[in-house]
Design a protein around this ligand. Structure first.
Ligand code: PMP
Length: 283
């Protein structure tokens, strides 16, 4: 693979980052993941806007502008002949002596991008639907900033695996926040679409926003509010959204089957609409 590090395109085994990088030492880095379909990138404006938001929240110094970022993304897709998968971007505050205080703004950030091939449209999990378990949400309080502090979501995912499930939905104060790496939705028995409102308790998913817009366009009633695991278990359907899983149906929660135990119709419809729109808009 060809990867990108601070202005250079390199073979992956030639690419290096300092052991003093604050991303490595302090988790002082933000990231984005853009899906690639048919060799083109999905919703880069949304991902770049969220990257700026994360950078502002952490007072990170400027990096490439959006046109330059798009160029690097497209160049990596081209050089790696990537048809379907993702481009990962990570921006850290750069290299400095270890200190909790941020280094001065003269310290250049570290920007790394790489591609990863993955079946996005024809994903096996989307076909059969995901089994999820609930886990306490023990993450920090600024989940709206997309940082690389991903240890707790990894632990939650491993707990799901250990329980024979695919993923975890996180619960705080008796309410579902989101999935370990996705936003969580339910469809009530009378057909309303429910997903938690935006706040610092969840990541503001780019796919979440697109799916809500598509759902509104087709006339679904939308309620942006928190829901309990009990309400989710009683729902007609559930699904989760993320850039590379798009819309993935959830077929059971804590061992309790939803609806008829197969991916639901609303999830399937929204997945199709989202894929169609992404293919139309990708660049
Ligand atoms: N929530 C969390 C915690 C995530 O890690 C992700 C994916 N990175 C999402 C939601 C979905 O965000 P997006 O649709 O922008 O990929």
């Amino acid at each position: 693979r060809t990867v990108y590090v601070n202005g250079e395109y390199l073979a992956e085994d030639q690419a290096t980052v300092s052991i003093f990088d604050r991303g490595f030492l302090m988790g002082d880095a933000v990231y984005e993941v853009c899906a690639v379909l048919e060799g083109r990138l999905v919703d880069t404006p949304g991902h770049f806007a969220r990257l700026r938001r994360s950078m502002t929240a952490l007072s990170m110094p400027e990096t490439l502008d959006n046109d330059e970022l798009l160029h690097v993304h497209q160049e990596l897709v081209r050089r790696n002949a990537l048809r379907e998968g993702l481009v990962y971007l990570q921006l850290s505050r750069g290299v400095a002596d270890r200190d909790f205080a941020y280094p001065g703004s003269e310290t250049p950030p570290t920007l790394v991008l790489f591609t990863q091939a993955k079946a996005v449209i024809d994903s096996p999990l989307a076909h059969r639907g995901a089994h999820v378990i609930t886990q306490p949400d023990l993450r920090w309080g600024r989940r709206d900033i997309k940082t690389v502090q991903l240890l707790y979501p990894s632990m939650a995912k491993m707990a799901a695996r250990a329980a024979g499930a695919d993923d975890a939905w996180l619960v705080e104060n008796g309410l579902v926040t989101e999935g370990s790496s996705s936003n969580a939705f339910i469809v009530t028995r009378d057909g309303r679409l429910v997903t938690r409102e935006l706040s610092s308790d969840i990541l503001h998913g780019i796919t979440r926003a697109a799916v809500l817009r598509l759902a509104r366009d087709v006339g679904l009633v939308i309620e942006e509010r928190a829901f309990t695991p009990e309400e989710a278990c009683m729902a007609q359907e559930a699904f989760m959204t993320s850039a590379t899983s798009m819309v993935t149906a959830v077929v059971s929660i804590d061992g309790q089957a939803l609806g008829d135990g197969r991916p639901g119709a609303v999830a399937a419809r929204l997945r199709t609409l989202y894929i169609e729109e992404s293919l139309r808009q990708a660049e």
